[in-house]
Write a protein that binds this ligand. Sequence first.
Ligand SMILES: [Zn+2]
Length: 118
Amino acid sequence: MLGFSAGRKGIFLIISCPGCGSRVSNKHPVCPHCGTALDAAADAGITADEAQRRRRLLRRGRIELQSYLSILIMVAGASWGFVASEYLEFPVPFWPMVVTSVGALWYLGVRIYGIFVK
Ligand SMILES: [Zn+2]
């Protein structure tokens, strides 16, 4: 993919021809310069709408992954604290508490970020 062009037909992709390397629109079924079929190249390229949709999906996926990771850290920290404190005898050790807090804060941050990034 080399870039986008906006014409009367809307936004289309400029791709480089796999045969001769010229820059051609993906609206052409074959390259106007050398006649190479562009279907494969067009499949590799994606429309602007599709690109936006994929970016959004990727972002949502990353938010989801981060919330799972932060929950995992929270649970790991809490379990560690539980065991290290010999089943909740106080005071709870420092480092497990830090890990649990980091996980909790991270989770909170990811959730808040997720509200603004739809
Ligand atoms: Zn060509």
